[in-house]
Design a protein around this ligand. Sequence first.
Ligand code: ADP
Ligand code: MG
Length: 260
Amino acid sequence: MSLLSIHNLVKRFGALTATDHVSLQVEQGEIHALIGPNGAGKSTLVHLISGLLPADGGSLQLAGQELIHLAPHQRVAAGLSRCFQITSIFPKLTVAENLLLAVQAHHRNSFRWFKVRDKDAGLKAQAWELAQRVQLQSDWNTVAVTMPHGAQRKLDVALALAADPKLLLLDEPLAGMGPEESLEMTALIAQLRTRHPGMAILLIEHDMDAVFQLADRITVLVYGKVFAQGTAEQIQNDPRVQAVYLGQEDELEEPEEGAA
Ligand code: ADP
Ligand code: MG
């Protein structure tokens, strides 16, 4: 059984079918990348998975549990965690405070039988472990908003990991990053697997170097439909994908408003 199993998912915006009977499977422990030109429906699909948008049809199962009718927070409890591109960070709190809040929120009952002092120590140890996982130990006492963009993105990833997800949704984790930060984040994503075996990642990313470096399998969306699906190697060498996506990407881009 696949960890995430999406079957015939549909989302319409008026006459536009932004998600057109999309089916895909994400296996335990794999990094599955979702690529496609602008307007292909990547963000819509992520919103359908996280529950931010209601679907018009289809099913979505995580570890055998149907999620399609669940609210976003119920999907998080079921094991689905999403990075929100910094918006989940409390900007005026330190890295430590942000991580402690996240750990507390997701482990409400796990220290029920401990003395208060042991409980605090346990939570702090978990928060520190998360800081280590995203290499923010040296920023432990830094106020989040004062950190560079790349470090804030790392903190955002750590906050998502606090839920101990079965599936992590990463929506453009390299967006707005310089080349050095991109390389660092790519390495960090690759390392998440060794630290968290079994956790799968659904990665939406424009940086093709990072996608081909990280992904085990890739789904290509075009106009809301699955255009191609396969291993990173198959997609990279698929002449159809090269022709309509990688090679002549511009032809599939929707014209920008006001463009001649
Ligand atoms: P991508 O993330 O791949 O660039 P999106 O999922 O953002 O694509 O958009 C897919 C299509 O759905 C686009 O044509 C976009 O204009 C349209 N769309 C997205 N969100 C909405 C919305 N809330 N209302 C109407 N149309 C939308
Ligand atoms: Mg998008």
